[in-house]
Design a protein around this ligand. Sequence first.
Ligand code: ZN
Length: 131
Amino acid sequence: MDDLYREVIIEHYKHPGYRGHLDPHDIRFADNNPLCGDHIEVTMQVGEDGVVKDARFDGHGCAISQASADLLIESIIGKPLEEVKQLNKQHILDLLGIDLGPVRLKCALLSLKVLKAGVYGLGEASDELVE
Ligand code: ZN
C-alpha cells in the first residue's frame, strides 16, 4: 500500500469526521461483513428536494471499512439521492486511492452497500449494489 494513502486511511479511521447517529433520520440501514467482522450503520436526513441534508455512520471494524465509510459519508452530503444511487465500486476506490485485493475490497465496499440498500429501501443489502 502506498504510504501517502495509508496515512489518509489511518487518519480517517482514527479521527472520523462523520461518525455518529442522526435522530431523527429519514433513512437508516445497517449490515456487516462477516469475513472481517466489520459493522456499519448509516443514518441520513433527506430534504423534500431529495438532497442529502446530513448523514452519519457508526460501527466498528478494520481501518479500511471505517475509513471508507467516513470518506463516503463526506462525499454524499449535499448530493441528490438520485446521484447517490449511481455510485459504484469505482467511487470508493477513487476515495481511497488504492487498489485492493478481493478480501479488503469487501471491507471497503460495506459502507456503500449499506448506504445504497438504505437509499433504495431494500430489506437486505446485496453485493450487486456495489458492482
Ligand atoms: Zn474489514
